[in-house]
Write a protein that binds this ligand. Structure first.
Ligand SMILES: [Mn+2]
Length: 358
């Protein structure tokens, strides 16, 4: 079949590149390619340049251990190879989103989403023509696992045994990593995660104790530069004329400011990402879950004094005044409700920005 008649399905996780996004999009990609007819193509997009793959050691370890070949994966800097605009014009492009429900910047204007599998709150309701599987599970991989089970039940002949085991391994360990720290009765409905884990447990080939190795790798930042911390799990948003980004990091404000912080490099990172405000969400799981927030304003940012005032007297944050860092545009807070993750905090912060204009 000539090249130009091929259909393309592109699976995209969210741009933060956490394990849930990477694995949910990859497994959806593999499942999707099971029903490809001759000449159809399925690709999975990882939302960072190939050079940043080294910042995701736990994903690399999991893929390697599960024997995944990663042939269908491409990185953000390789996206142009797909000629997406042309494919869209020819009506040959489908985009499937996992772990988010509003298209990421790189794919937004293509307007080609046909399916969404997600566990985030809906901010902008998706078009009615899009097939949606959106539930409040702890892990998006749980929803992907349910699709996997349904294939195993209804057309098991389409999936070979080694592929079945590979996918079960990938999903099992990701759901564990994503949900083990969550509590019943909290912000997620964990029943479906637990039941998916039970079913997957019967299919996996890797010893469950591998989870410990994965967690060690996930927290192995020994070779990280300051910029690596900022880039590893970074997402950005735009609201009216304000662009802001949030980096999730697993290091306390205390260690970060003592060991890594260099203000001029924060500024150059913000310049590169073209943002006015950078938030760092610090979270640590030991000895108990705690979260903190650093806020940096760019040199040229309009002074957001009102916004900072609101943050200071908000019910979710309390300002830390004892951090020995010099600078006018830097603020540090501890988070009073540590259970709330970026998914919940980001809309809250944006609300605080909005109310300053009203
Ligand atoms: Mn997720």
């Amino acid at each position: 079949m000539p090249e130009e008649t091929k259909k393309l399905t592109l699976i995209s996780g969210n741009s933060s590149g956490d394990l849930d996004s990477l694995i949910s999009s990859y497994v959806m990609g593999v499942l999707r390619s099971l029903n490809n007819c001759d000449g159809e193509k399925t690709r999975v997009l990882f939302h960072f340049p190939r050079e940043e793959w080294r910042l995701h050691p736990e994903a690399k370890l999991l893929f390697t251990r599960c024997g995944s070949e990663l042939k269908i994966i491409l990185f953000l800097d390789e996206l142009t190879d797909l000629n997406l605009h042309h494919m869209k014009q020819e009506k040959k492009l489908n985009i499937i989103m996992t772990d988010h429900n509003y298209p990421e910047q790189a794919l937004r204007e293509l307007n080609s989403t046909t399916e969404i599998i997600d566990h985030h709150q809906i901010i902008i309701p998706p078009d009615e023509s899009i097939s949606c599987t959106i539930f409040n599970t702890g892990s998006c991989c749980t929803l992907v696992a349910e699709k996997f089970f349904s294939i195993l039940e209804n057309r098991s002949e389409s999936i070979g045994n080694s592929l079945k085991v590979e996918l079960a391994n990938l999903l099992y360990f990701t759901i564990h990593i994503d949900t083990d720290h969550l509590e019943e009765g909290g912000q997620y409905d964990l029943e479906r995660d637990r039941s998916a884990l039970k079913k997957l447990r019967k299919l996996i080939s890797i010893d469950p104790s591998f989870l410990n190795q994965l967690i060690v790798e996930k927290n192995n930042y020994s070779s990280f530069s300051m910029e690596d911390y900022l880039r590893k799990d970074y997402k950005s948003w735009k609201w009216e004329n304000i662009s802001y980004g949030i980096s999730s990091v697993h290091i306390s404000i205390d260690s970060f400011t003592r060991e890594h912080l260099e203000i001029n490099r924060i500024n150059s990172f913000m310049k590169k990402k073209e943002i006015d405000i950078l938030f760092m969400m610090h979270s640590l799981k030991r000895p108990i879950l705690m979260r903190e927030l650093s806020v940096f304003f760019s040199e040229k940012a309009v002074p957001y004094e009102d916004f900072i005032k609101r943050l200071k007297c908000s019910e979710l944050f309390s300002q830390m005044t004892d951090v020995p860092v010099e600078g006018n545009n830097i603020y540090f807070f501890s988070q009073l409700e540590p259970k709330l993750s970026r998914k919940k905090i980001q809309p809250y912060l944006e609300q605080l920005m909005k109310s300053q204009k009203e």
